[in-house]
Design a protein around this ligand. Structure first.
Ligand code: M6R
Length: 616
């Protein structure tokens, strides 16, 4: 939540910051602002409520004075509404320094009271302004930005990435990181600080991770990193493995449309190099070696939102292949209900961003209890990956649209790979059985592509449903989490009530919701491969149809048994039951996107949301 970028160099600072903010806007879009230390040593600040375009329009009307040093922020509001005043940057009391922030300063109320008692005044409702005023006070006391910054962060509690500039110290941006992401981009004669590499990848792919409780100081020519007490530390270098074009819309109507089209590649890239002679080869497991895996007694998946549905989907396969019990926990519920953990428990944390605070806190807690943690993560070097005992990266490429799509299929693919690896280690599947599944995985790229192409008819469906007030989604077995995911997509994108149910659960209560005309999507199991479940779902369809529901069936092509009971049929490619989630999720994603568009909504930046949820 909140995107942060800092720049020092010879480029047009405002342009560099705005381009960075454009790429970070998915992290929050309640307001945006920039501060530039001009070449004549003054501080210019501009900030506007609303999306980045409002800020750009304001800067077009009245540009800031040019300067080589600046910071920019795009906000997801926590403390104080999305107004111009609450927008970042915030100023110190003398107006000479500016601060931007991602996170929540938990002791801000005490600090604000203390500063108020000392005679300082505040103009905003934010916790960030407290940090700015504090930094101004410390700067006057020490006369040095670095010392003042060290003294300031020492007084802050909670989660924060802070960046600051001071007009008396042009050419320097200083940043601190505790529990919220911050990376450095090393250019030639220019350097960057940002919440994620997307902000600077068009300028450089050379990056450094900044660890927990560290401070980074950049000038155009230098990068210095210390701990919170000022002792030097070596930042960890890494290369960004994708280029700027991967995070561009590239002619697509939306990032979401582009990312759905990239799903076949996301799956293929996640499998790439990890299947050899039909067997799974995984690196990155590190401390989660074969000895550890041989002894685990159960697996607990912790994740939120779409990532949790990826875990729920893969749990069927992992449990079947390994005989290891797998349970799913929402990260934010997990540690507050006293789960019993020890070193025989493997916690799998799934996160596209690798920065979701709820999941990060869950894995910290799990490790404290002695559990081993494996991360499934899409963002190289992200905090969750770094703080886990091992990591299986997904290679979906940057996912910019707030609604997760390609990351989901990549997560399920990575989890399947891990499940097969575990099955080999524990001897629950033979090499031939594993080879059979990896052959199916290898065929997924083509199958998902077929699903994407088959979704071309969905816009019409979405158009006639634009006035619908509620939609239900039903699935059984592996299609149950797909139903939940279909409902989540529709809620977050089209702002209409949607719920996913296990089809068998309907008769235990939710069937009372069915009324004439209510659209209900039903994901139907394969009649070839799962005839028993298929028959049961057909019965479920008849039950809702008898009560007037409008039934939209998602079924494999050639399933003629569903035709008499379907108002609409969306055909899926032929795959085995455990592979069905990869193809069944696609039309539901497309439907949510098209319905949102039919309602004139912004599918890439739905209201109230942010891509990366870095507050608890
Ligand atoms: O970055 P993460 O995978 O940890 O994010 C988890 C959820 O916040 C995320 O999947 C969210 O549910 C998506 N916006 C859903 O489309």
């Amino acid at each position: 939540m909140c995107g942060i970028v800092g720049y020092v160099g010879p480029g047009n600072t405002v342009d560099v910051l705005l381009a960075g903010l454009r790429r970070l806007e998915y992290r929050g879009y309640d307001s945006a602002g920039v501060a530039v230390v001009s070449d004549d040593g003054s501080l210019g600040v501009r900030k506007r409520a609303g999306k980045l375009d409002n800020l750009i329009a304001s800067l077009d009307d009245a540009p800031l004075a040019a300067g080589a040093t600046g910071i920019g922020h795009t906000r997801w509001a926590t403390h104080g509404g999305p107004t111009d005043t609450n927008a970042h940057p915030h100023l110190g009391d003398d107006g000479k320094l500016a601060v931007i922030h991602n996170g929540i300063i938990e002791n801000f109320a005490q600090l604000k009271q203390q500063l108020t008692d000392e005679g300082f005044t505040f103009v905003s409702e934010t916790d960030t302004e407290v940090a700015a005023v504090l930094l101004g006070r410390e700067y006057r006391r020490t006369g040095d930005l670095f010392e003042a910054f060290v003294a300031t962060v020492a007084q802050l509690e909670g989660a924060f990435t802070l960046l600051a500039v001071h007009q008396d110290q042009p050419g320097t941006v200083i940043g601190a990181r505790r529990n919220s992401p911050l990376v450095i981009g090393r250019g030639t004669g220019e350097n960057f600080l940002a919440s994620d590499v997307a902000a600077f990848v068009e300028h450089t792919t050379h990056a450094y991770s900044i660890g927990q409780d560290q401070i980074a100081v950049i000038t155009a020519e230098s990068i210095t990193v210390t701990d919170f007490t000022g002792n030097p530390v070596e930042p960890e270098p890494f290369e960004v493995e994708w280029d700027a074009s991967a995070a561009e819309k590239g002619g697509w109507k939306s990032f979401m449309a582009k990312e759905i089209a990239e799903e076949p590649t996301a799956v293929a890239n996640t499998l790439l190099g990890r299947i050899s002679d039909g067997q799974v080869v995984l690196d990155g497991l590190d401390a989660i070696d074969d000895d550890v895996l041989a002894k685990i007694s159960r697996i607990i998946v912790v994740a939120c939102g779409t990532a949790s549905y990826a875990g729920q989907t893969a749990a069927y396969a992992i449990q079947r292949w390994t005989n290891v019990p797998v349970s799913i926990e929402l990260s934010h519920e997990f540690r507050y209900r006293d789960p019993v953990l020890d070193d025989s428990v493997l916690v799998i944390a799934i996160s596209q961003s690798g920065e979701t605070m709820d999941t990060l806190m869950a894995i910290r807690w799990a490790r404290e209890q002695g559990a081993r943690v494996l991360a499934i993560c899409n963002t190289q070097g992200a905090t969750i990956a770094r703080e886990s005992d091992g990591v299986v990266y997904t290679y979906a490429g940057p996912e910019v649209a707030v609604a997760s799509t390609k990351a989901f299929v990549a997560q399920v693919a990575a989890l399947y790979l891990f499940g097969l690896h575990l099955a080999r280690v524990r001897g629950t599947l033979g090499a031939d059985e594993i080879a059979g599944v990896t052959a199916e995985l290898t065929g997924l790229e083509a199958a998902v592509q077929e699903a994407v192409e088959a979704s071309a008819s969905i816009p019409n469906l979405a158009h006639w449903m634009a006035d619908t007030r509620s939609v239900l989604f039903l699935g059984r077995n592996v299609a149950y989490p797909i139903a939940l995911e279909g409902a989540l997509k529709l809620k977050e994108l089209a702002y209409i009530h949607a719920e996913g149910f296990a089809a068998g659960e309907l008769k235990h209560g939710p069937i009372a919701l069915i009324e004439p005309g209510l659209p209900v999507f039903v994901v139907v199991p394969s009649p070839r491969e799962a005839p028993l479940l298929h028959a049961k779902v057909i019965s479920n369809i008849q039950e809702i149809r008898a009560r007037g529901a409008r039934v939209l069936v998602v079924a494999e092509k050639g399933d003629t048994a569903v035709l008499p009971f379907a108002d609409e049929v969306i055909s899926l490619p032929l795959v085995s039951p455990l592979m069905q989630p990869f193809v069944a999720v696609v039309p539901l994603q497309v439907f949510a996107m098209e319905l949102a568009e039919a309602k004139g909504l912004d599918v890439d930046q739905p209201r109230n949301l942010a891509k990366s949820v870095t507050v608890e």
